[in-house]
Design a protein around this ligand. Structure first.
Ligand SMILES: Nc1nc2c(ncn2[C@@H]2O[C@H](COP(=O)(O)OP(=O)(O)OP(=O)(O)O)[C@@H](O)[C@H]2O)c(=O)[nH]1
Ligand SMILES: [Mg+2]
Length: 706
């Protein structure tokens, strides 16, 4: 592969709703540019960017795939790095994770469905990152594909700055090409052909419409620019050589969002997508600078870099793959300087010096070796020692950390059990490898039940993880019902004495404490107040009392869940010169805690989730009704472009299978986001049931005698 520098590089992310055809469009670009010998298909597992076993099995993208084309235009070859992102709602955070490294997002929309739930979601991500957008209305060859209707849904959702710069010629099975509204030329294709458009005359029956659309475009572009406006008024039009740079600037500044049309599978218009990327999306060298996350030196200045070869070298790792054979592969963006093969660089998080042996450009799963990568380019390297996604590396003398992408907390938790002893040994290491490549995966042990827990974005996410564990690490597991992390607390007060006394030949044991217990507000956790005067308990025995209480609280009172949000005040006690020791006072603390719980009106708390559901308006009623039956509290409703957005707070216990239920209720046309919000008391009539169930589950773990 040739070496490219800033002005001849473009980095784009294909983003959008699941099934819009992003992966297929990537294949069409690769095939048309001659990077692959035939157009790879998602349906037979041959698409370049969906190469993982799970992606092939499920016929959908699960993580970001990288590909590259070298596309010649007007005698100059440009390297376009394409990052193909998943559109399924449980994996769409992958799209957010690459926005900081691309110069533009190609928002792919289905020619039949128009704007869908995830289209809106990725659009919001782009707003957050101020990512320039080019909209591709794809699958225009499908039955019922309709350019006009889709344009309307786009303008409805994203405003009147959405403007077509192409119109399709024909539609459905008779889709035969596109008209370029900037250059006023037509390009025709053979459906399923080599993808190279043939320049022809604009069809006579389209001329009036094309002229009108051209004028609308010119007017909108001129609107943002006084000089162009004058020119437009004088001449009634703007010449191509002024229009293209003006459009380029408006797109870079997020003032305009141009729309073009294609069929990835039919290979119509993919060449135009590449032309438009080169003409209209900014080159890395055009960005003013890239800012670091926080100061790295004592003077408090936040470091920043131009995306230029002459700056100190720095790169940002945006993706990690744990390959069972080649080990860890780190995908990175060079934000400044030139990265040479074999270079040594410092990881600014760990301080480790890493050697970048064999840098490459990724073509799907294939690493294409390169000798160097310049500022603005994207590449990959294998076998870094301890560099993870989100890390920044570079020249030791010029530290910087680029901002990491913020993601929500996982929404669903399962208990995970190894099938055999051998599986048990492999489980931890296997999952930890998977966590390196999957930012939304969590793995931990329940301190109460000692069970292994696995958390992720939803049921399918966890299922994919289980399948990867089996395939890559030959580890088999059983998933069990997700656990709700209940807590216990008190509603009343107590004033009790805890005395531990034992006389068994030789040294005895003696500890005695008096405590008051009272509730704290939610989130208050635990407070211990020492109110001992005059040495009723010697100083060194006070921490043991606290420890005894903490230990007992962690093991719960009602049903074995940790007790939280309470204050204990130790105010009196007594001791024995010979028999008192740490252990005796710990025991006294435990006894006092139990006695206090008996009278302080213990109760259960449950986690409540903040949920945001987006669905076509027609489902609003059934979604609200369903949330009511789940003890949900509606916090608000909003309407946007034919979608209803419902915000609610719902107990976690009622949401364990929500992803599956919502999918069947709406035929997969809704999406939701869920985050832990707060703890709230469990209604009285439910408490008994939960306590009984928890006790039954813990049956074999008998409390040790005290
Ligand atoms: N008719 C038609 N079908 C297409 C076109 N592009 C893709 N498809 C089909 O639509 C389905 C989804 O295509 P993908 O390329 O996997 O869509 P995607 O946007 O990558 O989907 P996710 O990875 O799940 O987000 C596949 O069955 C494709 O063969 C197209 O232009 N026309
Ligand atoms: Mg895909």
């Amino acid at each position: 592969m040739k070496i490219y520098s800033g002005e001849n590089i473009r980095n784009v992310a294909l983003v959008g709703h699941g099934h819009a055809g992003k992966t297929t469009l990537a294949s069409a670009m690769l095939y048309t540019a001659g990077a692959i010998p035939r157009l790879g298909r998602v349906d037979d597992g041959s698409a370049t960017t969906d190469y993982d076993d799970e992606e092939i099995a499920r016929k959908m993208s699960i993580s970001v795939g990288a590909a590259v084309v070298e596309w010649g235009k007007a005698g100059v070859t440009t390297k376009i790095n394409i990052l193909d992102t998943p559109g399924f709602n449980m994996f769409v955070h992958e799209a957010k994770m690459v926005l900081p490294v691309v110069d533009a997002a190609i928002v792919v929309v289905d020619g039949v469905a128009g704007v869908e739930v995830v289209t809106q979601r990725v659009w919001n991500y782009c707003e957050e990152y101020k990512t320039p957008r080019l909209i591709v209305v794809n699958r225009m060859d499908r039955d019922r594909a309709n350019a006009e209707r889709v344009l309307e849904s786009l303008i409805n959702a994203f405003g009147r700055n959405v403007i077509p710069i192409e119109l399709p010629i024909g539609s459905e099975k008779s889709l035969s090409g596109v008209v370029d509204l900037v250059r006023m030329k037509a390009y025709t294709y053979e459906l399923g052909g080599n993808g190279k458009g043939k320049e022809t005359e604009i069809p006579a029956n389209m001329r009036a419409q094309v002229q009108e659309s051209h004028e609308q475009l010119v007017e909108l572009v001129a609107e943002g620019d006084d000089k162009l406006m004058e020119e437009f008024f004088e001449k009634g039009t703007i010449p191509e050589e002024d229009l293209i740079p003006a459009l380029h600037n408006a797109i870079r500044e997020d003032k305009l969002f141009p729309v073009i049309f294609s069929s990835g599978l039919g290979n119509v218009g993919a060449d135009r997508v590449m032309d438009f990327i080169i003409d209209y999306t900014p080159a890395p060298s055009e960005h003013e600078w890239v800012q670091g996350e926080a100061p790295t030196s004592g003077n408090g200045d936040v470091p920043k870099r131009h995306e230029s070869d002459t700056e100190p070298v720095s790169l940002y790792v945006f993706k990690t793959v744990s390959d069972a054979f080649s080990g860890r592969i780190s995908y990175f963006k060079v934000f400044s300087g030139v990265v040479k093969n074999e270079a040594a660089m410092q990881n600014f998080r760990t301080g480790t010096l890493e050697k970048l042996s064999h840098i490459s450009t990724m073509q799907g799963k294939t690493a294409v070796p390169v000798t160097e990568l310049h500022a603005g380019d994207i590449g990959a390297v294998a076998k870094l020692k301890d560099t993870l996604t989100g890390d920044t590396m570079g020249d030791k003398s010029a530290p910087i950390q680029y901002p990491r992408v913020k993601l929500p907390e996982p929404a669903i938790t399962f208990a995970i059990e190894p099938k055999s002893r051998a599986d048990e040994d492999k489980l931890g290491p296997g999952i930890h490898k998977l966590m390196e490549e999957d930012a939304m995966l969590r793995f931990f042990r329940d301190p109460q039940t000692k069970e292994f827990l696995i958390a992720g974005t939803g049921q399918q996410h966890i299922e994919v993880t289980v399948a990867k564990l089996k395939k890559r690490y030959h580890t088999e597991v059983v998933l069990k019902a997700p656990k709700v992390p209940y807590r216990e607390t008190i509603r009343g007060k107590a004033d009790v004495q805890g005395r531990h006394k034992k006389q068994t030949g030789g040294h005895g044991q003696y500890g005695d404490c008096k405590i008051k217990m009272e509730p704290l507000p939610r989130g208050g956790d635990f407070e211990f107040v020492n109110d001992i005067f005059g040495g009723a308990i010697p100083k060194n025995f006070i921490p043991p009392v606290e420890k005894g209480i903490r230990d007992a609280a962690a093991r719960g009172y009602l049903a074995g869940f940790p007790v939280v949000d309470f204050r204990v005040t130790l105010y009196d006690g007594s001791y024995h010169d010979v028999d008192s020791n740490d252990l005796s006072f710990q025991m006294a603390g435990r006894i006092a805690f139990k006695k206090a719980m008996e009278v302080a009106k213990p109760t259960l708390l449950e986690p409540v989730m903040a949920v945001e559901i987006t669905a076509p308006d027609e489902f609003a009623g059934s979604i609200m009704g369903d949330l009511n039956s789940r003890r949900g509290r509606i916090q608000g409703m909003d309407n946007k472009a034919g979608n209803t957005i419902v915000k609610a707070e719902v107990p976690m216990a009622e949401m364990l299978t929500y992803g599956v239920d919502l999918t069947s209720m709406t035929q997969g046309r809704a999406s939701f986001n869920m985050e832990m919000h707060h703890y709230d008391a469990v209604p009285g009539q439910l408490q008994e049931k939960i306590i009984e169930k928890a006790k039954a589950e813990r049956g074999e773990v008998k409390e040790e005698e005290e």
